[in-house]
Design a protein around this ligand. Structure first.
Ligand code: GLV
Length: 307
């Protein structure tokens, strides 16, 4: 039985050592090695190889990342389990990045960066965190972890999810009406939603118009959540005051795209969070053991729901 590894060589080295130690009965191969596709029981990858149908014995498809939307799982037979990466490192880095983004918008960093470029010494009014309302779209593992990290700053925090969820110390909303209610009281909006047919394009002109004037956006979901033209329009009109974006559509963003040099935008190249090889290998090995023991897998995706 074979485990097929399709990610960076740096990660492959770590995974190979762990597999040899902990699951010696499984043959560990890299994409590019010689192997029989019909023996592949487990596959880890970022995007699905085109010829997924070759892996006739595939049981589990692991994403090397937290998201699975890029995997095109519709092409898979229904019995194949799809598992997203759940490991502490990704969550911690996401907490850091979102905190960075929220604080950057809270303290008007895009404006001060512009002023610095113009050697302009000019102070603007400061708002205490207790008066800056943060709204989080997506209350899964990442969303909850981010909320815990933001709480000590004193921001009033609210969250929204597709189905009802209650989290300690925050107001939570759900469904379509809940979204409008959350937006109406959000000064900094964080998008941590999974990408599904229902969430494609959710960050659009209508959504921006429901935010109070001067609101900001921290977007760490997927590029396809965001209508980039609508964001630029909302920033240009002054309705939104700034955005911190880690994802775009397409990636990489073309060099001549307006988002690169928009004064209201801080843009990073999808680096909010990175999977670390050692904890990722541990998570995958634990899940294979759980599968063998008939236990539920950590990070198992509901394929119907898409996350
Ligand atoms: C990155 O975006 C991931 O899904 O891990």
């Amino acid at each position: 039985m074979t485990f097929l590894f399709n990610s960076t060589e740096e990660r492959a080295r770590v995974f190979a050592v762990r597999f040899a130690e902990e699951l010696p009965d499984i043959r560990f191969v890299r994409n590019g090695d010689a192997f029989d596709p019909a023996d592949v029981r487990y596959l880890i990858t970022w995007t699905a190889p085109d010829d997924l149908g070759r892996f006739s014995s595939l049981e589990i498809l692991f994403s090397i990342g937290a998201g699975i939307d890029q995997l095109n799982t519709d092409a898979l037979p229904p019995h194949v389990l799809v598992v997203r990466m759940v490991e502490e490192g990704i969550t911690r880095m996401m907490q850091e990045y979102v905190t960075l983004g929220v604080l950057a918008l809270h303290r008007q960093l895009p404006l001060y960066i512009t002023q610095q470029k113009e050697a302009r010494w000019q102070a603007h009014d400061l708002l205490p965190a207790t008066q800056r309302r943060v709204g989080v779209l997506g209350l899964g593992m990442m969303g909850s972890a981010v909320i815990e990290r933001l709480k000590p700053f004193g921001f009033p925090i609210a969250g929204w999810s597709r189905s009802p969820r209650s989290l300690d110390g925050i107001r939570s909303f759900h469904g379509k009406e809940g979204l409008a209610a959350l937006l109406a009281e959000t000064n900094i909006l964080i998008c941590l939603l999974p990408l599904t047919p229902e969430t494609v394009g959710i960050l659009d002109a209508d959504l921006f118009s429901r935010l109070p004037a001067g609101a900001g956006l921290v977007h760490v979901g997927r590029g396809q959540h965001l209508d980039q033209a609508a964001l630029i329009e909302a920033l240009d009109s002054g309705h939104l005051s700034g955005a911190v974006l880690d994802v775009t559509d397409p990636e990489p963003l073309p060099a001549d795209h307006r988002l690169w040099n928009h004064p209201g935008v801080i843009l990073t190249p999808h680096i909010a969070s990175k999977v670390e090889a050692a904890p990722a290998a541990k998570a995958v090995i634990d899940n294979i053991r759980r599968h063998r023991a008939g236990l539920p897998l950590i990070g198992l995706v509901d394929r119907g729901r898409g996350y």
